[in-house]
Design a binder for this molecule. Structure first.
Ligand SMILES: [Fe+2]
Ligand SMILES: [Fe+2]
Length: 151
């Protein structure tokens, strides 16, 4: 079903948060949950960097700065997650590192939801937002398929 980029990006942020809660609870297989986190984070980030941030960057000079900053934050979140994947989920450092990673992703998501997405919503037509949504989903779903995750 076609949907606009603002809705699709926001929904995907909520899926990540559900994964964070499962990781925090410690009830599932944490390595598997981290693998799914990595696949979803990378797919979401690449889809934004390819199909959303370039459009944002064309709106005004401040938006261009925001787009660059957003990509930097994606790389920082990926770095924190890779660190987390290298330590034992049963080890003493895991909980603190997990909270650092979650906090970094949540800060980034909140910024997108309070600044970037409202700016896109105000600047693009409904048709443009739907087109952006389709393009975002195409990249995201293709990357998840490579990782073996069906949406
Ligand atoms: Fe992002
Ligand atoms: Fe995002």
């Amino acid at each position: 079903m076609a949907s606009d980029a603002v809705t699709l990006i926001t929904n995907d942020h909520r899926i990540m948060e559900q994964l964070f809660e499962r990781l925090r609870s410690g009830t599932g297989d944490r390595q598997l949950l981290l693998d799914e986190c990595a696949a979803r984070l990378t797919a979401h980030s690449h889809a934004e960097e390819q199909k959303v941030y370039p459009v944002l960057a064309e709106l005004d000079p401040q938006a261009q700065e925001e787009a660059h900053h957003g990509a930097d934050e994606h790389h920082e979140a990926e770095r924190l997650l890779h660190d987390l994947q290298r330590i034992s989920p049963q080890g003493p450092q895991f909980e603190d590192r997990l909270e650092d990673f979650i906090a970094a992703v949540r800060r980034h998501q909140e910024h997108e939801e309070t600044a970037m997405l409202p700016k896109l919503h105000a600047s693009l037509t409904p048709e443009q937002l739907t087109q952006m949504g389709s393009a975002f989903e195409e990249v995201r779903i293709a990357e998840l398929a490579v990782a073996g995750i069906r949406v």
